[in-house]
Write a protein that binds this ligand. Structure first.
Ligand SMILES: Nc1ncnc2c1ncn2[C@@H]1O[C@H](COP(=O)(O)OP(=O)(O)O)[C@@H](O)[C@H]1O
Ligand SMILES: O=C(OP(=O)(O)O)[C@H](O)COP(=O)(O)O
Length: 419
């Protein structure tokens, strides 16, 4: 397998699949450039090695072709300000201009292609089928898109001499630019530094963690995190559970949770998780108390209740004071900490203290020598907002991809480079 560190980029055009699926505000400005910053070392490595760069990415989930709000043109200033190099733009990733601009690239130059998902071929799924399409029509549409996806991939591949996949956030998608294109570069494909860093960090945590190892799992629902929790039970010494999913566990055990968020259909799963943890000798740490309100909002009157004894009319929106202290103590005793999902509705200041306490405790443990990995859109947003991103060992750029990789699933973007 090639390595970006040893590959000779002199005079070569490298097409780099990045994940520049970044949040934009109403003025179409980038509000969090974490994913752009992360990709800079890979781009600089190619340019510094005497090569030129073609950047390709998706932005959002367009389903009807070009859409100005999801144009990658919007993020050019954000890339240029981090890279310090002018970025040229091809306004149609399949157009003649893209091909000619790619062919004309000189060493040190950068070209950005328009949003790949403006074409259905990127994902390889038929679009615009009527709701009442027959199975035959669906099969035919699928056949057609798969054929045109091949041409789409071939064209992208024709722009470059080598392929770098650095889009960890999209590595769980088997798309043209993340997986299929790799076949056109059997001897000239490699991971970028984001991919390398992510895989190394996750493998370190999942395969050879220093102990004790704790995972802090939050978020609103248990249903989206079942597989990861089950896998973690095989790896961790303790599981700290916070956020909305707490109440599904509390209610499944017969507790009173008032109006807190709850997935009743997940009660058997929640009980099974508790049982598995007990059998594996994994300690589960729940929040002893919960900060509750009658309605969710900055002005809400709040009260603390035991997490399993919340009266009707009140809902739990953050971990309470005792829980904050207990979570902190627990985190500080650990040598490896994985964090995914906020432990409260941290978007509202009044219910952000728990998530802040978790982030601060993880930063403190890291300063004392622990290894910490933070992943998932909301937990990463929380550490960024608190200015703690450089106080934890690793901040993942992946959400779904991170969870799938930690669940032990093969990621198509990773497999395509490794095969
Ligand atoms: N007690 C709670 N009640 C309702 N929603 C909650 C609660 N705690 C956390 N949440 C919500 O969970 C969401 C994040 O969940 P999730 O998407 O699973 O996290 P991540 O993106 O970090 O993986 C946030 O929007 C947060 O407001
Ligand atoms: O933002 C992303 O994933 P995430 O929301 O799981 O972090 C990636 O860019 C993948 O996007 P997708 O889920 O539309 O394929």
């Amino acid at each position: 397998m090639n390595s970006i560190d040893t590959y000779d980029f002199r005079g070569k055009r490298a097409i780099i699949r990045v994940d520049f699926n970044v949040p934009l505000n109403d003025k179409l400005e980038v509000t969090d450039d974490t994913r752009i910053r992360a990709a800079i070392p890979t781009i600089k490595k190619v340019l510094g090695g005497g090569g030129s760069v073609i950047l390709m990415s998706h932005l959002g989930r367009p389903k009807n072709g070009p859409d100005d709000k999801l144009s990658l043109r919007n993020i050019i200033p954000a890339i240029e300000s981090r890279l310090g190099v002018k970025v040229d733009f091809a306004p149609d990733c399949m157009g003649d201009e893209a091909a000619s601009k790619a062919a004309a690239l000189s060493p040190g130059q950068v070209l950005l292609l328009e949003n790949l998902r403006f074409y259905a071929e990127e994902e390889g799924k038929p679009r615009g089928l009527p709701d009442d399409a027959t199975d035959e029509q669906k099969a035919e549409a699928k056949k057609i898109i798969k054929e045109s996806q091949k041409k789409f991939t071939e064209k992208l591949a024709s722009y470059a001499d080598c392929y770098i996949n650095d889009a960890f956030g999209t590595a769980h998608r088997a798309h043209a630019s993340t997986a299929l294109i790799a076949d056109y570069f059997p001897k000239d494909k490699m991971f970028g530094y984001v991919m390398e860093g992510e895989l190394k960090a996750i493998n370190l945590v999942m395969e050879s963690p220093q102990r004790p190892f704790a995972a802090v799992i939050g978020g609103s629902k248990v249903s989206t995190k079942i597989e990861i929790i089950e896998r973690l039970i095989e790896k961790v010494d303790s599981l700290i559970i916070g956020g909305g999913m707490t109440f599904t566990f509390m209610a499944a055990r017969g507790g009173r949770i008032g109006n807190s968020i709850c997935e009743r259909d997940q009660f058997p799963v929640a009980l099974e998780i508790l049982h598995k943890a007990e059998s594996a000798g994994v300690e589960i740490v729940f929040a002893e108390d919960t900060l509750c309100a009658e309605t969710l909002g900055e002005d809400a009157e709040t009260r603390l209740y035991p997490s399993d004894d919340i009266p009707d009319g009140w809902g739990g929106f953050d971990i309470g004071e005792k829980a904050r202290a207990a979570f902190r103590d627990h985190i500080l005793r650990c040598k490896t900490i994985l964090w995914n999902g906020p432990v409260g509705v941290f978007e509202i200041e009044k219910f952000a203290a728990g998530t802040k306490a978790v982030a601060e405790a993880i930063a403190e443990a890291t300063a004392a020598g622990a290894y910490s990995l933070v992943g998932g859109g909301d937990s990463v947003a929380a550490v960024n907002k608190l200015g703690l991103a450089d106080k934890v060992s690793y901040v993942s750029t992946g959400g779904g991809a991170l969870l799938e990789y930690m669940e032990g699933r093969e990621l198509p973007g990773v497999a395509a480079i490794m095969k």
